[in-house]
Design a protein around this ligand. Sequence first.
Ligand code: PLP
Length: 358
Amino acid sequence: MVSAIESGWVAPAGPDLAAFEADLAAVCGTAGAVALASGTAGLHLALLTAGVGPGDQVMVPSLTFAATAFAVAYCAAAPVFVDCERRSWNIDPTLVVDELDRRAAAGTLPRALITVDLYGQCADHDPIIDACRNYDVAVIEDAAEAIGATYRGRPAGSLADLGILSFNGNKLITASGGGAVVGNDLERLDRIRYLATQARQPVVHYEHTEIGFNYRLSNLLAALGRAQLATLDERIADRRATRDFYADLFADVPGAALNPIADFGTCNSWLTCVTLDPATAPIDVDALAAAFAAANIECRPLWKPMHLQPVFAEAQMIGGDVSADLYAQGLTLPSNPNQPDFHQRVTTAVRAALGSAS
Ligand SMILES: *Cc1c(COP(=O)(O)O)cnc(C)c1O
């Protein structure tokens, strides 16, 4: 960071950008990477270079952060939401395969599908990728929350045609803001790099033959991201320790369960969530959230499913009520272990909520 300032490369491009991209490709096990101003920009350019355009449909899990679906809207395409599976809280592969079979027969295949690796855990990619390849549907992996996670031994980001990462302030690795596209198709990555820098033709006289975007990450922020990336292993170890702490805390609470981790991969435990089953738990999530608020500890609901969002009221939804159920019964737990007395304060707040129920 300091060397980036001292070197004078506060201008857009520079050596840290290329080095950050090389580091990202190494972490994700891909041939290349393009660093961008945000993960959302990465989704947008991944969709555009998959040929997604006006009137197309793109399958997206309902349980995700809105940016996944917004990027589809930027292409004037329509999201088709798919419910998640209980095993991983990610897009349900059975629903995807059945829907693609049905649509193939009807001649209404979507142009693309976006998988999301929610809360740091990869989706069950193998059956999804097989079905999409079979029907020539492009697949993009939204690994914004999952850097450092794995699926059957392969790194998050490398599981589809292209993967996208986010370095927004709330993510495991941050550049205060930023994102990337990673993948093995170097020609496509070059095209994304070109579109992200205002589609400038390689001539001196500012010639443009297509509409471009100002989506490149700056060299200064790349230096920041690089410094953070060097500590990825420690960051993941910290998050896993936080998950272990919550596993102990809720172990004896009837009806309480943490977000499940499926046996097909490893999770970076970016955030830990709890669900409280209304049939058996002594308190509900509202009471738990109120206890955290009373103790001045910040916590959040789960991502509100996209098919319940007013802005997507017209969109199609495939599957049942799993994502809506999780949203109603789940809470994203406080995750700031570097605060003084964090564990003690959280423990006291949770015991207070449970105590007032008995
Ligand atoms: C954070 C996030 C994004 C967007 O990343 P930005 O860098 O904030 O644009 C996209 N998808 C998911 C699932 C995210 O959590």
